[in-house]
Design a protein around this ligand. Structure first.
Ligand code: C5P
Length: 223
């Protein structure tokens, strides 16, 4: 493989997307936010009143609507549904509550996994999610498992949401992160787990910069 693939997995709120985005920027390669893809399906389901439990209904939605993923000028991963940019609507508590239920459906995962692989086939990417090192890019030369203490993750999410004008308590977020982690690790199809060959980074007491530097040093060692 001539291009570089970096897989970053970990539980909700560990800072994967912040770190992955910065690693991609520093290396001048593409960032692929797979959580945003699952969130886009949840967004569609909420908008059209389809239950996240209804796999066939979700598949129909995916056939009826055009989803597009694009890197914008700031290196961000933008999601378009039927031509409209919905990226800023993907990290709401409503979408977060629906997403881990629908991401357990094997057929939904198969469709999204195929889209995700198409990004890494021809170019260097940093991809983050739950099953990147285990399922989507099992041959990636750099695999990171990024985690952090759950209280710290809830605090970070609260700050992130507050910056967007949502006021959600740390306790509430703690509860929803726990629920999401539980669903993501216990589902039968492509559950969240640390790939055997991944390097684990616990970011509880680390700054974003420190985590980014650590990943870049791992990249330099293997590439
Ligand atoms: O990373 P993010 O919090 O945006 O992911 C939202 C949800 O999408 C996760 O809780 C998980 O249920 C699902 N997901 C997944 N596989 C991925 C990425 C996300 O199942 N590769």
């Amino acid at each position: 493989m001539h291009h570089l693939c970096i897989a970053i997995d970990g539980p909700a709120g560990a800072g994967k997307s912040t770190v992955a985005k910065e690693v991609a920027r520093r290396l001048g390669i593409v960032y692929v936010d797979t959580g945003a893809m699952y969130r886009a399906v949840a967004w569609l389901a909420l908008r059209h009143g389809v239950s996240p439990a209804d796999e066939q209904g979700l598949i129909r939605l995916l056939r009826q609507h055009e989803l597009r993923f694009e890197r914008n000028g700031h290196g961000m991963f933008d999601v378009y549904v039927d031509g409209a940019n919905i990226t800023s609507e993907l990290r709401t508590p409503e979408v977060s509550a629906a997403v881990s239920q629908l991401s357990a459906h094997p057929e939904i995962r198969r469709i999204l996994t195929e889209w995700q692989r198409s990004f890494s086939r021809s170019q260097s990417v940093v991809m983050d999610g739950r099953d990147i090192g285990t399922v989507v890019m099992p041959d990636a030369p750099v695999k990171i498992y990024l985690t952090a203490d759950i209280r710290e993750r809830a605090r970070r999410r609260a700050d992130e949401l507050a910056a967007k004008g949502f006021s959600v308590s740390v306790e509430e977020l703690l509860h929803s992160l726990r629920e999401r982690d539980e669903r993501d690790t216990s589902r039968a199809c492509a559950p969240l787990r640390r790939p055997d060959d991944a390097i684990c980074i616990d970011s509880t007491d680390m700054t974003v910069d420190e985590v980014v530097e650590r990943i870049l040093s791992i990249v330099r060692q293997v590439h």
